[in-house]
Design a protein around this ligand. Structure first.
Ligand code: IFM
Length: 405
């Protein structure tokens, strides 16, 4: 990367490619009972239409593109790698370069191969070796074309999901147990572990080890590009005397901020804020505007999180995700403006922020919520897959083209 500020959008393989049939999520979407409102199906068919997506990104004014590669396609069976799948991602990378987009690649965005989940996922002691074996193949085949790479997307999601999605409630836990048991049974296994639904007490130590191995492997080449990790980081605001903001922030981010030590940068992914009083997290202030994801509309959170991450790690920061679920595109425009204002102020105060990737390019598969939540700058027809940019896409593209940061 040549010092230019990166302007782009962020995407994830499972959420846009379609028919990711060998992944753990695909199975979880289809068992009974499931927590998923609907299956991912064809998603945005980006497996075949990636060049349309990148053409859109370029024409809108972006100079970078964040996307994920899918482990379940690259290693369909343990130790059996698919040169065709690796070649596919090579083509995506070539395509980005040919369109002037710096590609930032996510190695693992929540989904894992079905066989890996059925062996116990990152709960298994040898899972860092398995992840390292996958990373070696990726580094060897794709390294020379990478613009930047990150290991885990929102590595801390098992911690945050407990708070944001209330995944530790007895009801949610019962749902997770039942869905996981059905997945295990479908695979003839006695276990099942998906990253998003896992308990950090059981998976985090192995994920941290896997991350460190992956950074080492990617940094060894071929190719030379910055390597980071991305953290789901909501602004944690202390309210009133004796508030527990520092403890909550440490519990949500601490171990992963420490794991950023060997990285070249930290990816910050912000959607809202969490207010914390003396008893712990507080509910959203009465009368607040809420997004369709159930978060408080609070775009200025981004200024707080980049400052926090930079101070805690001393690393350069990329905003690798930031966005809003809404059916009212004027609120997306307002959100973008609020977030970028906060980012400009942070940069003016000396915070080393080197890029902004908006979540997301397309309206896509929002995990258990299915297709009901619209995070995209671009609308996607669910039958024809026709892409139609919204006014917010033109708005952000104009800012990107003007490099107004
Ligand atoms: O869609 C997700 C993405 O996969 C990870 N970060 C948050 C987004 C919006 O919920």
């Amino acid at each position: 990367m040549d010092g230019k500020f990166l302007w782009g959008t962020a995407t994830a393989a499972h959420q846009i490619e379609g028919n990711n049939v060998n992944s753990d999520f695909w199975l979880a979407e289809h068992v009974t009972p499931t927590l998923f409102k609907e299956p991912s199906g064809d998603a945005c068919d980006s497996l075949h239409r990636y060049a349309e997506d990148t053409a859109l990104a370029t024409s809108l004014g972006f100079n970078a593109h964040r996307f994920g590669i899918e482990w379940a396609r690259i290693e369909p069976e343990p130790g059996e790698f698919s040169p065709a799948a690796l070649d596919h991602y090579k083509r995506v990378l070539d395509d980005c370069h040919s369109k002037g987009l710096t590609p930032m690649v996510t190695l693992s965005h929540w989904t894992v191969p079905r066989w890996f989940a059925a062996r116990g996922g990152f709960e298994q002691a040898d899972s860092p070796d398995t992840f390292a074996r996958f990373t070696e193949q990726v580094a060897k085949h794709l390294g020379p074309l990478m613009g930047a790479a990150t290991t885990f997307n929102e590595c801390n999601i098992p911690r945050l999901a407990r708070l944001l999605f209330k995944l530790d409630s007895p009801l949610a836990q019962a749902g997770i147990q039942a869905m996981s048991a059905a997945c295990a049974k479908a695979c003839g296994s006695d276990r099942w572990s998906s990253v998003l639904f896992s308990s950090p007490d059981k998976t985090e130590a192995q994920m941290v080890a896997a991350h460190h191995r992956a950074v080492e492997i990617l940094k060894a080449g071929p190719g030379s590009y910055p390597v980071g990790l991305t953290i789901s980081m909501q602004a944690v605001e202390g309210i009133g005397p004796g508030n527990k903001a520092a403890e909550v922030a440490d519990a949500l981010y601490g171990p992963w901020l420490a794991a950023a030590k060997p990285c070249d940068f930290v990816g910050v992914q912000t959607y809202t804020r969490i207010r914390v009083g003396a008893e712990g997290p507080l509910s959203v202030p009465a009368g607040s505007e809420m997004t369709d994801a159930g978060y408080e509309f609070y775009p200025q959170a981004l200024g707080e999180t980049v400052r926090f991450a930079a101070k805690a790690t001393g690393k350069p920061i990329y905003v690798t995700e930031n966005g809003i679920a809404t059916g009212d595109d004027t609120r997306r425009v307002a959100y973008i403006d609020g977030a970028l204002d906060a980012l400009r102020k942070a940069r003016a105060d000396g915070i080393d922020v080197r890029g902004y990737f908006h979540w997301s390019l397309l309206d896509n598969f929002e995990w258990t919520a299915g297709y009901a939540q619209h995070f995209g700058l671009v609308e996607v027809d669910r039958t024809t897959f026709k892409r139609t940019p919204k006014p917010s896409a033109v708005h952000l593209g104009r800012i990107a083209r003007a490099d107004s940061i």
